[in-house]
Design a protein around this ligand. Structure first.
Ligand SMILES: [Zn+2]
Length: 140
């Protein structure tokens, strides 16, 4: 688990460089390990309308879903002020909308990793970050 997490953190840090965040100046990268064993990445993409903005997590999830993925095993999130130094990275926890969006493509094992670097990260199960979630099972 530790090896794949470090790989995913590197992927998230790498895609974070492509963040389009001219309004918040807060750059986020996300990477996903899906049940097909492929890695998907996404970054936050802001919009002058503000409402059209998408977070890195949802950006990565939509990429995975567009490739046919319906179950996410691990998602890693890295964030901080754009152009910050490596030691200035933030604990960029997923926002409420992203937690709900992730819940749609998760199971009880889905892991959320919030990282500052490959050496400094926190590991959660999604249900710790979104307890008592409303999800697909409610509508079966
Ligand atoms: Zn979000």
């Amino acid at each position: 688990m530790e090896d794949i997490i470090k790989i995913l953190i590197k992927e998230a840090l790498n895609v974070r460089k492509n963040s389009y965040s001219p309004y918040s100046n807060y750059a986020v990268g996300a990477s996903i390990l899906a049940d097909n064993k492929k890695i998907y990445v996404g970054t936050n993409i802001e919009n002058a309308s503000i409402g059209g903005t998408i977070c890195a997590e949802r950006s990565a999830i939509t990429s995975a879903c567009s490739d046919g993925v319906r179950l996410i095993k691990i998602i890693v999130i890295v964030g901080g002020k754009a152009n910050c130094e490596k030691n200035e990275m933030d604990w960029a926890f997923p926002c409420g909308i992203c937690r709900q969006f992730l819940n749609e493509f998760s199971d009880e094992e889905t892991t959320v990793v919030v990282a500052k670097s490959t050496e400094e990260y926190k590991i959660f199960k999604l249900n710790e970050l979104l307890p008592s979630a409303f999800g697909p099972n409610n509508l079966k």
